[in-house]
Design a protein around this ligand. Structure first.
Ligand code: UDX
Length: 446
């Protein structure tokens, strides 16, 4: 099938690559000429496992192409994805200017029926706005062409995006048009094997499904973080509590890991956006407001532990940090807990020596060169001359470090672990002072 994707960001590029891989004929359109040129040369703008070979091989095979020529893109696809960004505007609601600009462009260039698919995470009611924009533009140009607008949210996780797209748990299609549903069933049939994963519903429910999914997951995390704070004060161990409740299939083991807060491009933005749009319809989303508040506080946790340990003074200390990205297997630093920690440490007069397997360039890009930030090439070298170690991201490579070496290199044998990677008893045996989240240690000490 001939497919066009507007927006070569995270969602658009992954979606385009997997569609090309199963044989669809895909053209990607973006306004950024530099990005288009680089992609044609095989430079992928984001780090995502498996994506580079997928894009390269499909580009070489002629199944996916990149262009800034919107007219060409629109002439090409029977289905046209809108996968451009929806950044939060000042009040936290999703800004639709890019989505609506693409809708207008599509209308300006289309000469035959198009199925326009909203893939970007957009508030409930956006499909109606896209329809209105397309209709209004067509009318002003005196064009008599038909179209459908479908909501088809993505559920991909960074670090596992290719697999999530290739083997989705569900494919949500929001449409009332039978012909559009038929076309999308055909488009997604290569991804819909073994059992039917397609769930068809009205457009508004599809739009809300995306927010509800992310808000539910964020709620699980904030709930567990709240439990971890309570556990700490009550002398319980959240890791035991986690195992104890996860065994109930109604709760489940997934997404109940306490830590130094959730980040990324989706949870913080989507929770905020749903709070705002609920307010817009006269509803105050109290649970979601609390989810956000708990997460905000949780990102301060590591710094609080550190300050408590050092009696409120870390001036002149050098802090080794392992893990900067908001989660493993990505170079994405958006809303990462490490940023809150580093910025707090800098304000308090400490220096940071940091290592991340993928996010070093991105960190450099965000913070530039500064005297109090030293980005180093290995986790071991981050320990050189450091006073203590903080772990912000649970990369696999941090799970079994050389504890003797850590102890030897740090001036204080001290680890603050924001992802609960180690067993406190084992740390004690190594003679390391260990703080984790919700394990009682930050209150009791050792
Ligand atoms: C999320 C959703 O999982 C995905 O379905 C949606 O399409 C986009 O948003 P992503 O942002 O890539 O994906 O990351 P995810 O793996 O969900 O993790 C988000 C954050 O939650 C990370 O900072 C992670 O460290 C944190 N997290 C996750 C926890 O703190 N505890 C957990 O138990 C799980």
């Amino acid at each position: 099938m001939k497919v066009t994707v507007f927006g070569i960001g995270y969602v658009g590029l992954v979606q385009a690559a997997v569609m090309a891989e199963v044989g669809h004929d895909v053209v990607c359109v973006d306004v950024d000429q530099n990005k288009v040129d680089k992609l044609k040369q095989g430079h992928i703008p984001i780090y995502e496992p498996g994506l580079t070979p997928l894009v390269k091989s499909n580009y070489e095979a002629g199944r996916v192409d990149f262009t800034t020529d919107a007219a060409r893109g629109i002439a090409h696809g029977e289905v046209v994805f809108i996968a451009v960004g929806t950044p939060p505007d000042e009040d936290g609601s999703a800004d639709l200017k890019y989505v609506l600009a693409v809708a207008k462009t599509i209308a300006e260039h289309m000469d035959s029926h198009k199925i326009i698919i909203n893939k970007s995470t957009v508030p409930v009611g956006t499909a109606d706005k896209v329809s209105a924009k397309v209709a209004e533009t067509l009318e002003s140009l005196g064009k008599n062409v038909t179209f459908d607008v479908v909501s088809n949210p993505e559920f991909l996780k960074e670090g596992a995006a290719v697999n999530d797209c290739m083997r989705p748990d569900r494919i949500i299609i929001g449409t009332e048009s039978e012909s559009a549903e038929k076309k999308l069933r055909e488009l997604y049939s290569p991804f819909n094997r073994n059992h039917d994963k397609i769930i068809v519903m009205d457009i508004r429910s599809a739009e809300l499904t995306k927010y509800a999914a992310n808000c539910m997951l964020a709620t699980k995390i904030s709930f567990m973080n709240e439990m971890s704070n309570i556990a700490e004060l009550m002398g319980a161990d959240i890791e035991n509590v986690r195992r104890g409740i996860g065994s109930d299939p109604r709760i489940g083991y997934q997404f109940i890991y306490p830590g130094c807060g959730y980040g990324g491009s989706c949870f913080p933005k989507d929770v905020q956006a749903l709070v705002r749009s609920a307010t817009g319809v006269g509803y105050s989303a109290k649970v979601l407001e609390a989810v956000e508040e708990v997460n905000y506080a949780q990102k301060e946790k590591l710094f609080e532990y550190i300050m408590r340990h050092f009696g409120g003074d870390v001036k002149g200390k050098t802090v080794a940090i392992w893990g900067l990205s908001f989660k493993p297997n990505t170079d994405d630093m958006r809303e990462a807990s490490s940023r809150v920690l580093m910025e707090n440490l800098w304000k308090a007069g400490a220096k940071v020596k940091a290592y991340d397997p993928e996010a070093m360039e991105e960190t450099q890009r965000i913070y530039g060169s500064r005297d109090d930030l030293d980005l180093v090439g290995t986790k071991e070298s981050a320990l050189n001359g450091a006073d203590f170690l903080v772990i912000c991201t649970e990369w696999q490579a941090f799970r079994a470090p050389d504890f003797e070496l850590i102890k030897e290199k740090l001036s204080s044998p001290l680890i603050f672990d924001g992802r609960n990677l180690f067993e406190p008893n084992m740390m004690l045996e190594y003679g390391l002072h260990y703080y984790a989240i919700g394990r009682g240690l930050s209150v009791k000490g050792q």
